[in-house]
Design a protein around this ligand. Structure first.
Ligand SMILES: [Zn+2]
Length: 375
């Protein structure tokens, strides 16, 4: 079986065109990972997700440990078989959802205990348990348990939290079982404080991980602050390992982060927006709920090759929304995931061709034009 590896194929400025080899196939980078929260990318068949070009999914440890339970998924052959996704899977550590969803959290040096938001049962997540769960799920890429601080947070608090995350990272690494094609990523924290980010990155690099994530961003600090943190943090990460910006983002956020050397992304936006009537297109966001579409026979985006754009009109998509038909959510989700994967493919081609600046200027001009004129 192939070893977990990252090959750097081309660079353009700080941007990188690469390839990750995993136990479940290769992932071309920069890559976008659709979110498969509860062992499903909502409203999509796995075959359809693959048809959009996705080569790796994100699975949520928090949701899967509560339902159906990580060991149960393990007994059923692991997450790949359970959800019928034969390609690569990255699982998060559960930490972020514990902080955002669970009740009665208690966090100390050992880990975090919390009450399930589903049935009120108490659970414990430690750095070791988070790794054990991700092993049971069979994740190709596992993440260390971290504390994602909220925003804003004062520097002293951010420092304590980041150092706790650093100690947890060491324990996670000790608990991680090396297997061919499987990797463990550390997570840089430190909120919007460059010195803390630098200390966090240096500590993780000393420990040595298969990849490095930048966490704790896109939590309300704004795009300018996020980009500034990437400018300060990314150069401190080893060039021969993949870099993953967690939970990002809107298309312009992704483009800006790729230009700063990020290789991997995940975000619920394309799927969640698809279920609430928002489409991402070359010309910015389109709200299909808007009455302007009611008699519009044109596709969402005439240049898009997804099923929603190839075979259906804006009028029909608008009708499906108004009647709350499931197909409306399916088609918009498909379109959004297709758009995100097309965006990543275009970024990869632009980096490989050494024309990322020109490509970015064209991308921004098109986004800023806004949607086509109403009929
Ligand atoms: Zn489309």
């Amino acid at each position: 079986m192939t070893a977990f590896a990252f090959s750097l194929l081309a660079t353009d400025g700080a941007a990188r065109r690469g390839r990750i080899a995993t136990a479940h196939g290769t992932v071309e980078t920069p890559a976008f990972m659709p979110v498969g929260t509860a062992a499903t990318v909502k409203a999509m068949l796995p075959e359809s997700v693959a048809a959009t070009g996705a080569e790796i999914l994100l699975g949520n440890t928090y949701h899967l440990m509560l339902r159906p339970g990580a060991e149960r998924v393990g007994q059923l052959g692991g997450l790949h078989r359970f959800m019928n996704w034969p390609r690569a899977i990255l699982t998060d550590s559960g930490g972020y959802q514990v902080m955002s969803l669970a009740e009665l959290r208690q966090l100390d040096e050992t880990g975090v205990t919390f009450r399930s938001h589903i049935d009120g049962q108490m659970h414990e997540l430690t750095p070791e348990r988070a790794i054990q769960i991700q092993h049971a799920l069979g994740a190709d890429i596992a993440m260390v348990l971290d504390e994602c601080t909220s925003f804003p947070v004062e520097e002293g608090k951010a420092a304590l939290s980041m150092r706790l995350t650093a100690r947890w990272a060491e324990r996670a690494k000790a608990a991680f079982r090396e297997r061919p094609g499987h990797g463990l990523f550390g997570i840089v924290q430190g909120s919007v404080y460059p010195d803390l980010r630098a200390e966090s990155a240096a500590g993780l690099v000393r420990l040595g991980f298969d990849g490095y994530a930048v966490g704790g961003l896109a939590v309300g600090e704004g795009q300018a602050a996020m980009f500034e943190m990437l400018d300060r943090t990314v150069p401190l990460l080893p060039a021969d390992r993949p870099r993953y910006l967690m939970g990002v983002g809107k298309p312009p956020d992704i483009v800006g982060a790729v230009r700063r050397g990020i290789d991997m992304f995940d975000c619920v936006l394309p799927t969640r927006s698809g279920r609430t009537g928002q489409a991402f297109t070359r010309r910015g966001a389109v709200n299909i709920r808007n009455a302007r579409h009611i008699e519009d026979p044109r596709p969402l985006d005439e240049a898009c090759a997804c099923p929603a754009c190839r075979s259906y009109s804006r009028a029909y998509l608008h009708h499906l929304w108004r009647t709350q038909e499931i197909l409306g959510q399916m088609l918009l989700t498909w379109h959004n995931l297709h758009y995100y994967q097309q965006l990543m493919a275009a970024l990869r081609a632009a980096i490989a061709g050494g024309r990322l600046d020109a490509w970015t200027a064209a991308f921004e001009a098109e986004q800023n034009r806004g949607d086509i004129e109403p009929l």
